[in-house]
Every structure is written in structure tokens, then in C-alpha cells.
Design a protein around this ligand. Structure first.
Ligand code: NAD
Length: 365
């Protein structure tokens, strides 16, 4: 079993959940390798940074020399590779960083891992794993209402983001087939939960609603996503890196298919209960009055839904949260942790006005 895990992208949304999970629930040593782009935030790891089992390396996965130095120093028994450019809208506006990090970066990391792995003695070499974390978006979208993505669904990515992730998946499989690198892959559905960067749908809606701003919904809001609470994903990933079979792919999903408009409305109902709008700014309105439909995203996939029966059958993993319990926890977390998202809005996202409006609104509630 692996005991020194190098997590790339550990300052991001899912990577930080993985690191918190590893430090709280295992005795493993954890190295966090992250470039700290706009999406990386060490404040998501406050509880981890005091652990003697945690170390941080500010490194770009495209920098081979720096990667070699980290492998030599940290001596990982497994790599969990989450570092990526991850926002579809940004990939449409400017694909270059997605090609660079998701494809060239994964290639560079694979080569660094392969070199390091080749230097290990046979016992350590046999247990080393390279776990590549990917997305269900590589499969494209589903037309009907009942089909599910399985591990053998053909790839058909729609956006520069999903195409770059699909490329990286192919590279990882090729590095096993060609060089024998012991890889594992996971493809997961949409995540949500604490420490989610405010540009993504759920935190964006929560924070806009709290600021009394419009709640933008693409097209008619009928696109369907299969939502998974981030801590359930982190648990699944740790299960795969510990017990997954070399060369296998595991789909991970929450069995929570929701239309985008349902997601937004559910957030509104939760906020109506937890922070009623009239208490917030003196107006007797419901949050859903703030919903506004905006021009659809180009190439917007209609429906994603995951068949997660393989990971359930082979590794015994199932999600612990339903969408209702997970979303309630998430909304409550944003209400309880304004210091986290306020600093993100101020320092990185350059939307301090929104942050200040939300904070002012919360103070008067
Ligand atoms: P995120 O954008 O929140 O975090 C990405 C992290 O990678 C950040 O900390 C960033 O600083 C770091 N990073 C970016 N470029 C880097 C580089 N060149 N070198 C080193 N570090 C770099 O992303 P996330 O939502 O946590 O997603 C993590 C992984 O999971 C991604 O590979 C993504 O494709 C995959 N995934 C995400 C979801 C989701 O719903 N968020 C679902 C399925 C799969």
C-alpha cells in the first residue's frame, strides 16, 4: 500500500479535499505539488499545513527539472495527478493554457514519473502507482434520458477543456502500454462542495444570491449534470490509489442527475430557509426571482450521467451524500466561511465588489 503520496494540483478544489482526507484518515505522508494558478489556494489547506506529514512544492508540471527535483526529494510511492486547467468557459475563451498544462504538463509529469520509477528497487517499483484524475466530459454528451457513461464509452469531447483532458487520458494509457508505468485512471462527474472556486456554477449562484445579484443560467437551464459531493470523490480517489488494479479505469459518480435550473432553484430554496431575502435587504422576495436566463455556452453538452457500478462492485465505494444533504452542507459552508471566499474574490478573482456586497448583506442579516 502506498504511503508517500505526491498530489499534483493539491491547492485546487478537489486536490485540497484529497489532501485533507489523506491527512485526516490515513498515516500517509503527503506532498502537494502545485503551481498556484488563479485556481490554487493554500487557504483551502489551513488545517493541513500544520501537519508534520505535509510538504508543499510550488512547481509547474511543465517544468521537468523542477519535477525531477521533487521526485528525488519527496520519494513518492504514488502520484495522484489532479493539476489541470479545469474551467470550460475559460478554455473556450483561451485554449492555450489548457493545451499546455493538461497535455504538455501531463506528458512532462509522466516522463518525470517514468524516470523516477525506473530508478526504484524492485519492491518499491512493484507497488508504485500513477493515478490520473480525469472527467466524464471526455465522453461528450448523452442524447437520451437513460444512457450512462461506462468505462468503455468511446471518447467524444466537445470543448477545448474536455479535449485536452481526453488527450491526457490517452497519454497516460500509452505510458502504461508502451513503458509499463503502473497507472490508474478515474473519470468523475461534476463535483461540488466546500472550497469550490466562485467561478463554478454552485458557488457562483450562492454568492450572487447572497449579494442580491442576478443568477445567470445558460440557455433554458435544461442541461443535466450528475453531481458528486467533493468529499465522496476524495474518498473514492484514495480507495482507487490504494486498491485499484493497474491499468484500470474507474468511473465515479453520485447518481444525482439534475437539470441546471433544478440546481439553481434548490440553492434558492435553501437560502430562503437559511438567510431569508427580506431579512437580507428588507425586500420581501424569494431568491429564485433573481434567476435570469443567458445565451447558451457554445458546444454546451446536454447531459452527463455516470455508471459507477464498477468502482462500487470492485472497490466497495458508494457516495455517502445525496444531492440534498451535500448541497445543504455546501450552502451552510459558504455561509460559515466568508473569510475564505472573500479572500478568493479579493485576491484572485478580482471581483471584490461582489465579495464586499455579499459580506455587507450577511452582516445585515
Ligand atoms: P481546480 O481548477 O480547482 O484546481 C487545479 C489546481 O491545479 C490548482 O490548484 C492549480 O493551481 C493547479 N495547477 C494548474 N496548472 C498547473 C500547472 N501547470 N502545474 C502545477 N499545478 C497546476 O480543479 P479541480 O476542480 O480541483 O479539478 C482537479 C482535477 O479533477 C482536474 O484534473 C479536473 O479535470 C478533474 N475533475 C474535476 C471535476 C470537477 O467537477 N471540478 C470533475 C471531474 C474531474
Amino acid at each position: 500500500m502506498s504511503s508517500r503520496i505526491l498530489v499534483t494540483g493539491g491547492a485546487g478544489f478537489i486536490g485540497s479535499a484529497v489532501i485533507r482526507h489523506l491527512l485526516q484518515n490515513t498515516t500517509f505522508y503527503v506532498g502537494n505539488l502545485d503551481k498556484l494558478t488563479y485556481a490554487g489556494n493554500l487557504k483551502s489547506l489551513d488545517s493541513a499545513t500544520t501537519s508534520l506529514r505535509y510538504s508543499f512544492y510550488q512547481v509547474d508540471i511543465c517544468d521537468r527539472t523542477a519535477l525531477d527535483a521533487v521526485f528525488a526529494e519527496f520519494q513518492p510511492t504514488a502520484v495522484m495527478h489532479l493539476a489541470a486547467e479545469s474551467h470550460v468557459d475559460r478554455s473556450i475563451d483561451g485554449p492555450s493554457d489548457f493545451i499546455q498544462t493538461n497535455i504538455v504538463g501531463t506528458y512532462t509529469l509522466l516522463e518525470a514519473a517514468r524516470y523516477y520509477w525506473s530508478t526504484l528497487n524492485s519492491t518499491v517499483k512493484a507497488t508504485f502507482r500513477f493515478h490520473h484524475i480525469s472527467t466524464d466530459e471526455v465522453y461528450g454528451d448523452l442524447e437520451g434520458t437513460t444512457d450512462l457513461f461506462t468505462e468503455s464509452t468511446p471518447y467524444s469531447p466537445s470543448s477545448p477543456y474536455s479535449a485536452s483532458k481526453a488527450s491526457s487520458d490517452h497519454l497516460v494509457r500509452a505510458w502504461q502500454r508502451t513503458y509499463g508505468l503502473p497507472v490508474l485512471l478515474t473519470n468523475c462527474s461534476n463535483n461540488y462542495g466546500p472550497y469550490h472556486f466562485p467561478e463554478k456554477l454552485i458557488p457562483h449562484i450562492i454568492l450572487n444570491a447572497l449579494a442580491g445579484k442576478q443568477l445567470p443560467v445558460y440557455g433554458d437551464g435544461s442541461q443535466i449534470r450528475d453531481w458528486l459531493y467533493v468529499e465522496d470523490h476524495a474518498r473514492a480517489l484514495v480507495e482507487v490509489v490504494k486498491n485499484g488494479s493497474i491499468g484500470e479505469t474507474y468511473n465515479i459518480g453520485g447518481h444525482n442527475e439534475k437539470r441546471n435550473i433544478e440546481v439553481v432553484e434548490t440553492i434558492c430554496y435553501l437560502l430562503d430557509e437559511l438567510v431569508p431575502l427580506e431579512k437580507l435587504n428588507g425586500m420581501a422576495r424569494q431568491y429564485k426571482d433573481l434567476i435570469t436566463f443567458v445565451k447558451d455556452r457554445p458546444g454546451h453538452d446536454r447531459r452527463y450521467a455516470i455508471d459507477a457500478s464498477k468502482i462500487q462492485r470492485e472497490l466497495g465505494w458508494t457516495p455517502l451524500e445525496t444531492f440534498d444533504t451535500g448541497l445543504r452542507k455546501t450552502v451552510q459552508w459558504y455561509l460559515n466561511n466568508p473569510q475564505w471566499w472573500q479572500s478568493v474574490l479579493n485576491e484572485d478573482y478580482r471581483l471584490d465588489r461582489l465579495g464586499n456586497e455579499v459580506l455587507a448583506a450577511l452582516k445585515t442579516s
